[in-house]
Design a protein around this ligand. Sequence first.
Ligand code: NAP
Length: 250
Amino acid sequence: MFRLDGKVALVTGSSRGIGAAIARTFAQAGADIIIDHLAQPAEAEQVRQEIKSLGRCCLVVEADVRDEQQVASLFTAIDDHFGRLDILVNNAGIVFSEDIFSTTLTNWTETLATHLTGTFLCSREGMKRMRNERGGRIIQISSVVAHQGALRGFVHYAAAKSGMLGFTRTLARTAAEYGVTVNAIAPGVIATDMLFDCHHEEGVRRMEAMIPLGLGKVEDVAAAALYLASDEARWVTGTVLDVNGGLYFH
Ligand code: NAP
């Protein structure tokens, strides 16, 4: 169950954190992997070595998902190396710890560009390949804040993560005609660099106390991505899978 043998998967932002866990999990399930990242070659290389040790092919590409030209080059590299793409995970993300008064236009624009423009540019290129293959999977990594808003500040991040859900639902309708499913995962609080970069230890402990099942692990999100990427999820599209330890539910 939930095998990805013979599939080729691109995970954006997979040099570390949730993206790296998804890349490893997909490789364990039999997929060949493209690691995309921004500026951490040593970490990306480490993930590549782990994937190679699982007997899978792995290509590392440094491509900024905000940049149309770099995204085009990323997909050309995939075409040259693998000749196909079956799974795209739009995971690359950034966050700035700011409230409405301190949020700069630059950081607002950077946040929307990374999460929303990046998702759009990669999905457009991914859809072209998947249309040719008459099948595929697109998975966005959104956030619980898309549903409930952030507790304080982070208006750019919440706006971007909510936008990813509208994008997902709309693309799902078009993509169905080509046998492509489009879904999102809304993780809660996951222990990664991103979390500890924008919250001090005490803040993280306070958040942890609010989550019935405690803090999440990157593997919790990776398991959800594996399900959505699998053949078993063929009839699931346009939906959001909440992976948040009970922090929020509908
Ligand atoms: P992370 O540890 O900070 O990793 C972020 C990844 O994104 C890195 O691989 C980074 O590459 C890459 N990246 C950033 N900007 C990029 C760009 N413009 N182009 C290409 N790659 C880029 O973050 P994380 O916690 O794993 O988060 C992954 C995703 O999950 C994000 O979309 C985040 O919003 C979402 N999420 C996280 C949490 C959480 O609690 N951690 C909760 C909900 C949702 P480099 O290593 O090269 O910098």
